[in-house]
Design a protein around this ligand. Sequence first.
Ligand SMILES: Nc1ncnc2c1ncn2[C@@H]1O[C@H](COP(=O)(O)OP(=O)(O)O)[C@@H](O)[C@H]1O
Ligand SMILES: [Mg+2]
Length: 251
Amino acid sequence: MITIAGQKGGNGRSVTAVNLAASLALLEKRTLLVDCDPRACSTLFAGFGASTLSCDLSSVLFGKVAPSDAVFKTRLRFMDLLPASFNLFHAASRLSLNAGNERILRIFLRELRAEYEYMIIDSPASYSFLTVTALAAADWLLVPFQCSPEDIGDFTSLLRMVRHVRSNFQERLKIAGLLFNRCGSREEIDRFLAGNDLNGVENIVYKSFVPGDDAIRAAGEDGKPVALYDVESPGARAYLDVAKEVISSFN
Ligand SMILES: Nc1ncnc2c1ncn2[C@@H]1O[C@H](COP(=O)(O)OP(=O)(O)O)[C@@H](O)[C@H]1O
Ligand SMILES: [Mg+2]
């Protein structure tokens, strides 16, 4: 289980969740995308409008349906979706009243574990109950990162939150890697890493990076992973490379 995490909004968590999940699926890995953000961006990017769904992750967290009943098939044979809606906000408000409920997503997803090789969880940008819940559900974190000094401060906050989750909910949570998003070139990334102190995490940076690519934005608006929008686009190629790197890192 991999949670796509990061403190700052707009640095590509949802885009990465959808496109990594889709690329893993194109490589014939059975993949579940779990949207744990009430903004439901990855649900939209995966092709599901908010009002078109009979149930979603909030229904599972409220105990109304079993996790498997809230799983939807996507256009890709190997990719399923456990979607979000704004009701997740209400579920979180209620669940956060009781300490320990941060483990709930991990417990529910355990029921689906045998069916998938990868579960990719999209998380909100904040210090909220749902963010901790998404981190506590994961074995690994993948952190989208931009070549901006601002992201270093956000990353430091994320590391604090990871420590909190490790000591309270999931002691084996590990960082799989930083994925540079919206970067022009490998040289730009190397210059950035050389010029900034990243607390030793520079050795867990993915070799692949995601360029700024209009096809990524347009695909999201069209409710499609970029590989189904334009398979030849730099964004689609990049996410396939990222998926291959993720697969080989777990082999
Ligand atoms: N590499 C990229 N190229 C072009 N647009 C991107 C790229 N990464 C993200 N975006 C756009 O930026 C916006 C925010 O991305 P998103 O994944 O929703 O961020 P987050 O989930 O971290 O808040 C979206 O509209 C998305 O289309
Ligand atoms: Mg998002």
